[in-house]
Write a protein that binds this ligand. Structure first.
Ligand SMILES: [Zn+2]
Length: 323
């Protein structure tokens, strides 16, 4: 069992570095962050990971948060194997390489496992080490997904992605690459980050996004996967295949909104998207974070999210690979 829930906690369950569980009583813990003022602790989930036991608290505050409304700059995203994500602004983000390095490490440890006697202490210790590394890989990936999602929401009022079935991708011949990239998790995180940053999020029809010219709407026909550029014979529009797909996804998202707003009454305060607006948002100066543009934070050093040294994603300490 990986986790279980205490659906209810008593009154004031946190006191002096201890947490009170029903039946169990007071349990000592390390509180990683303070409970924000006004929130009530509702539930506790205990999770077992390779590095120890964790408790996740669900908090409640009595306010209603409205869902983000469509507004501002639209951005389409195309997820893929060649590039992790391509945006309608013409940016392409590679799949991170740090995961590959960690996976090489993992393979090495797993190879060592067969030399260890079953039931031996050394085998147990090695298994622990492997479990820790698995956790490390998934934590690193998740952290990168969050950073990337924040970056993609930056300056965008609307984000559109394709409606894809990631589960079927994971069964296909690219299964390992797909599982490693964690597209499903990324879309989930992206949706959550959009909600948090007041960015409208919507999925669009995936069919034939790489067969339509985003510039003139001309049907360019089916391309095989090795054709990496989009060139339109009708209007001469030339860009990479993934960027063209992302732009088409953006166009579809905007068309869907037009469609909806025609049939539903338009809520107050929504600005219709004006194509001329895309240009001005693109030319705005990039926002700065930690003295670097967010773009550098995401894309520098093969998109490790680190700044100027070899530390892995976002860690303050220089964590060495467990050997
Ligand atoms: Zn065209």
């Amino acid at each position: 069992m990986r986790s279980f829930v205490f659906p209810q906690l008593g009154k004031e369950p946190i006191k002096n570095e201890a947490l009170k569980f029903p039946n169990l009583g007071w349990v000592k813990w390390r509180q990683s962050r303070p409970i924000p003022e006004g929130f009530e602790v509702k539930q506790a989930r205990i999770v077992r990971k390779a590095s120890g036991y964790f408790v996740m608290l669900s908090l409640q505050l009595k306010v209603e948060v409205p869902n983000p409304m469509p507004h501002g700059y639209p951005r389409g995203l195309d997820l893929g194997f060649d590039k992790f994500v391509a945006t309608s602004d013409g940016k392409e983000i590679n799949r991170p390489k740090f995961l590959k390095a960690l996976q090489r490490k993992l393979k090495l440890l797993q190879r060592r496992l067969k030399n260890k006697q079953k039931g031996s202490n050394n085998r147990y210790k090695l298994n622990q080490k492997i479990a820790r590394l698995h956790q490390r890989i998934s934590d690193t990936r998740k952290d990168w997904h969050f950073k990337l999602a924040h970056h993609l929401c930056d300056e965008a009022g609307m984000v559109f992605v394709e409606e894809l079935n990631f589960v079927s991708w994971q069964r296909g011949m690219l299964s390992i690459a797909s599982a490693d990239a964690g597209f499903g998790q990324f879309v989930k995180i992206l949706k959550w980050v959009c909600w948090k940053t007041d960015t409208y999020f919507a999925k669009v029809d995936k069919n034939g996004t790489s067969q339509t010219c985003p510039n003139c709407g001309n049907h360019t026909g089916k391309k095989s996967l090795d054709v990496r550029v989009h060139q339109c014979h009708q209007c001469g529009y030339l860009t990479t295949r993934d960027v063209a797909a992302a732009q088409e996804i953006r166009n579809r998202g905007l068309t869907d909104l037009e469609f909806h707003s025609r049939y539903a009454s338009k809520p107050e305060g929504i600005k219709r998207c004006d194509p001329a607006h895309f240009q001005c948002a693109r030319e705005r100066a990039p926002r700065q974070a930690l003295g670097h543009s967010v773009w550098e934070n995401v894309c520098g050093l093969d998109a490790t999210g680190s700044i100027g040294n070899n530390t892995l994603v976002g860690t303050v300490r220089n964590r060495k690979l467990a050997s």
